[in-house]
Design a protein around this ligand. Structure first.
Ligand code: SAM
Ligand code: SF4
Length: 344
């Protein structure tokens, strides 16, 4: 039938149309979903291999000038403690991450302009000098000159999710943002030679399957290299706190179709998915995903970086579980005793 015809097109290396993508995303039949996940899993195996890449994230500031309606650290939320880690605190965690062998550190924060270019450059330089690790920045929208400076000083990757390509939804959820500016930022990052990260949220109010299909085509057309696809999760105290979470299945289908359409990209099994479903990361790894991001934020700060409520703390133990359960390989650069994790 038509579903299998579309998967056959994939096997034969043919490009999928918008209608094909919508058809794949719309299925709710178990057998079809399994066939879709298998097709994405095969493509992942062929293109990337079996190793799951593991990265470490430090959420170094929860101070934000913006008020995104979905986000649990948006500026108008009062009942959380705002924090900024010091440079030395950040470096302590960088060294811990480096010690276990990880090769990439992700520095994420709210849009906190206290972190001037000088301060960010200072951290980039220290990470490079003291560990040589690859650096991913996820600090929101900044002027092109700043992105250029960070790249020149040694930043490698940047994560700035488009969140949705539906302009009406984008406007509704982002009181401070303009779709075209965000897209412009993403183009600058690509021009400047970053490994360019984007992504979307599944299950936003008013979002239709067609919107998700357009997001995936956007990732492909923009030449995005890393694509974080996570379900919407309601955060307490936000305007969206009563909204239902996005669906696990729709998120997995989006991951699978993105693998099929965008092919050679980094697709994380996201923390948001792990929060919604304890087996979410295992399922994503079996549906096209190939990386896991550990949360390495110090315990005393973590609970104030609940961008959504009940946020799961992805750690080495849970990554171990997802990687073994999905039958995949640990990265060769890990310098830890896997036996210890097994017992944990
Ligand atoms: N401030 C930077 C930015 O917005 O790009 C980086 C930090 S922001 C917390 C990182 C990501 O968290 C966003 O791109 C968004 O997709 C995700 N996020 C925030 N609140 C969320 C929620 N309630 N449900 C799902 N994802 C959420
Ligand atoms: Fe700030 Fe990012 Fe949250 Fe928006 S999503 S409020 S920019 S931390």
């Amino acid at each position: 039938d038509d579903f299998l015809m579309i998967l056959k097109k994939v096997e034969e290396g043919e490009e999928l149309s918008f209608e094909d993508i919508v058809r794949l995303l719309k299925t709710e039949r178990k057998a079809e979903m399994d066939a879709l996940f298998d097709a994405a899993d095969r493509m992942r195996k062929e293109i990337i291999g079996d190793t799951v890449d593991i990265r470490g994230a430090i959420e170094f500031s929860n101070i934000c000038r913006k008020d995104c309606k979905y986000c649990g650290v948006r500026k108008s939320l009062n009942d959380l403690k705002r924090y900024r880690m010091s440079e030395d605190e950040i470096m302590d965690v960088v060294h811990q991450i480096h010690k276990i062998g990880l090769q990439t550190v992700i520095l994420q924060s709210g849009e906190d302009l206290w972190w001037t270019p000088e301060k960010i450059v200072s951290i980039i330089k220290r990470i490079k000098k003291e560990t040589g690790m690859r650096i991913t920045l996820s600090i929101g929208e900044r002027p092109k000159e700043e992105y250029a400076l960070y790249k020149k000083m040694g930043a490698d990757n940047f994560l700035l999710k488009i969140e949705t390509t539906n302009k009406d939804i984008f406007k509704f959820i982002h009181p401070d943002d303009d779709f075209n500016i965000r897209k412009q930022c993403s183009s600058w990052l690509r021009e400047l030679g970053y490994l360019n990260g984007s992504g979307n949220i599944i299950g936003l109010p008013g979002q239709r399957v067609e919107d998700i299909a357009r997001d995936i085509i956007y990732f492909k057309e923009m030449g995005i290299n890393m694509i974080g696809i996570g379900p919407f999760l309601p955060a307490k105290g936000t305007p969206f706190e009563k909204y239902p979470p996005g669906s696990v299945d729709m998120t997995l289908k989006a991951v699978a179709v993105t693998r099929i359409v965008c092919k050679r990209v980094f697709l994380p099994a996201t923390t948001a998915l792990a929060t919604l479903d304890p087996d979410g990361q295992t399922k994503a790894l079996k549906a096209g995903a190939n990386t896991i991001m550990l949360i390495n934020t110090p315990v005393k700060y973590r609970y104030n970086y609940q961008i959504y409520s009940e946020k799961n703390m992805v750690d080495l133990e849970s990554a171990y579980k997802a990687i073994t359960e999905s039958g995949r390989k640990f990265p060769p650069y890990l310098k830890i005793d896997l036996e210890e994790l097994k017992d944990a």
